[in-house]
Design a protein around this ligand. Structure first.
Ligand code: HEC
Length: 389
């Protein structure tokens, strides 16, 4: 029995590219031989299944295990690690539609192993959705916000979702006064609902004569974020955040405020029909020393819509951001900017993303120039920089 199973998998693998039929035959063989399930005659039998439990049992369980933790090597005959669907910290992060895509197109869709077969020919999208919804119930702790809320990151508006990410976000001021400023952001998820963020501004500025550039470090920020409310049926998520900006930057050259600034805020996102979304942020900047910096109120909103290339391919997300701010002390004017931008998923896994846009001053445009903004984002929980292409 075992040797035949192994032979079948190896012979399938020898084809180089595993066909749906080949792998499905393997899966059905595993289902019928290695577990206590009744044998199935042909993949066509799958077409009559309707419940997630039945579909999982007949098409997925042989590899993923009845408990969703992954069947043992002795049963599957291959050593590729299987995901543990009971582990919420992993299983809650992916949106249902994305997992349906993997089950439909096979592991290589997101740069995973070919041992995860493509079921698109054997099962309908509705059946695969039922199977994925069944898989998602293996995580039984409702504290983990769903991956549906992991929306494309706008250039300026903060995300309500909590993540494990590294981002380099850059801005280039044009024209004339040449400043290239960057923020290196490291985000680490803390348990089900919280996140820690470290933000280090670094940049280069051209001197007046224009013949050399000098490097600078700005005010380093430490932030904590916590999800207060999330409801995927309503499509809403609300988080509270608090950032502490430390006076590490050189205030004389404009790269620091020379005082500690506390930045409390609220982040709210709403999922809209047809893969559209609204992400909003509202907060304050409260300096410890009011002689060094002004108290400010800031608000940001990003409206976008994700468009996926056919068959769960690359995602393009045009976003329009509107950002505003107002000084609270000196009866300062209110400033508004708009930031049209495009977010693109670069890797197949979609864990490496690029966003580019322009920040256009709407009010008070005289002294402020348009800025070119862009970032590279790496969701490091989903794989290394080389994985998933
Ligand atoms: C022949 C064995 C096999 C069968 C049958 C199988 N899977 Fe998988 N599946 C795998 C392997 C192996 C992986 C891990 C791939 C990797 O990490 O490179 C995987 C990964 C996955 C993932 C991706 C998890 C992640 O890391 O994001 C999903 C979702 C999934 N399987 C769903 C299903 C569903 C639904 C079915 C049934 C309709 C199914 N699988 C049937 C072997 C299988």
């Amino acid at each position: 029995m075992f040797s035949f199973r192994k032979f079948q998998i190896l012979s399938c693998a020898a084809l180089g590219q595993l066909t749906a039929v080949c792998i499905l035959a393997t899966a059905l063989f595993l289902a019928s031989s290695a577990s206590a399930q009744p044998a199935l005659g042909s993949p066509a039998d799958l077409s009559t299944l309707t419940t997630g439990a039945d579909i999982f049992q007949k098409a997925c369980q042989a590899c993923h295990g009845a408990d969703g933790r992954g069947a043992p090597l002795s049963q599957t005959g291959f050593s590729i690690p299987l995901p543990d669907f009971t582990e919420c910290s992993f299983a809650s992060r992916e949106a249902t539609g994305d997992w349906v895509g993997i089950a439909h197109q096979g592991g290589p869709l997101r740069g995973f192993s070919e041992m995860m077969p493509a079921f698109g020919k054997a099962l309908t999208k509705a059946q695969l959705t039922a199977a994925i919804e069944y898989i998602q119930k293996f995580c039984t702790d409702p504290a983990w916000p769903r991956g549906e809320f992991n929306l494309p990151r706008p250039l300026l508006t903060g995300k309500a979702f909590i993540e494990d990410e590294a981002i380099v976000t850059s801005s280039l001021t044009t024209p004339g006064n040449n400043v290239f400023s960057n923020k290196l952001i490291f985000e680490k998820r803390l348990g089900a609902r919280s996140e820690f963020e470290l933000l280090v501004p670094v940049g280069w500025e051209q001197n007046f004569t224009g013949d050399n550039w000098s490097g600078h470090i700005g005010d380093i920020g430490l932030e904590l974020k916590h999800v207060l409310y999330d409801n995927v049926a309503r499509g809403s998520i609300l988080s509270i955040s608090s950032e502490l900006a430390l006076p590490t930057g050189d205030a004389a050259s404009g790269w620091g405020k020379d005082t500690v600034i506390l930045e409390p805020g609220l982040l709210y996102a709403q999922l809209l029909p047809a893969d559209a979304f609204l992400q909003t942020q509202f907060g304050f900047e409260l300096p410890a020393d009011l002689n060094k910096a002004d108290r400010e109120m800031v608000w940001r909103a990003a409206f976008g819509k994700s468009i996926q290339e056919p068959n769960w391919g690359r995602t393009w997300t045009p976003i329009l951001e509107i950002v505003g701010g107002r000084e609270l002390d000196n009866a300062g004017t209110t400033q508004w900017d708009v930031v049209p931008q495009m977010n693109i998923s670069l890797s197949k896994r979609q864990h490496i993303q690029f966003n580019v846009g322009v920040r256009l001053p709407v009010t008070d445009a005289g002294p402020r120039s348009p800025e070119l903004l862009f970032y590279f984002l790496w969701d490091w929980f989903d794989g290394s920089l080389r994985d998933g292409w």
